[in-house]
Write a protein that binds this ligand. Structure first.
Ligand code: 5GP
Ligand code: ZN
Length: 113
């Protein structure tokens, strides 16, 4: 499949990895929007939240467990951070492989633009 993040998981495209296990891969965003900007993705290709179903939904809980661990390691857990997943055109999704942005290290605005 011609998917950028599947290639990153496979190591065909280099990335700054911060975490990996059997189910999940996490790496630094190439164009960081905050001092900490990490992408957490399932190894199994899921296009977006729109494709989450009974069969694959357990990965979401696992991703958030991993996120809590990464936040502690990055030193952002105490001050706070944001986890966001963009879906489709209006959501601003550019890569069609489910990913959760972890943004931290500065105060974030709300609502988003
Ligand atoms: P989206 O806009 O789909 O929510 O987020 C895609 C994210 O992937 C963007 O923040 C973008 O900077 C990041 N990105 C795109 N290509 C690469 C890449 O080759 N390597 C890394 N590490 N991040 C990428
Ligand atoms: Zn993929």
């Amino acid at each position: 499949m011609d998917c950028l993040f599947c290639k990153i998981i496979a190591g065909e495209i280099p990335s700054a990895k911060v975490y990996e296990d059997d189910l999940v891969f996490a790496f630094r965003d190439i164009d960081p929007k905050a001092p900490t900007h990490i992408l957490i993705i399932p190894k199994k290709h899921i296009a977006s939240v729109n494709e989450i179903n009974d069969e694959n939904c357990a990965i979401v809980g696992h991703i958030f467990k991993v996120a809590a661990e990464i936040a502690k390691n990055e030193g952002v857990a105490e001050d706070g951070y944001r986890i966001v997943t963009n879906i489709g055109e209006n959501g601003g999704q550019t890569v069609k492989h489910l990913h959760y942005h972890m943004l931290g290290g500065r105060s974030l605005q709300w609502p988003p633009g």
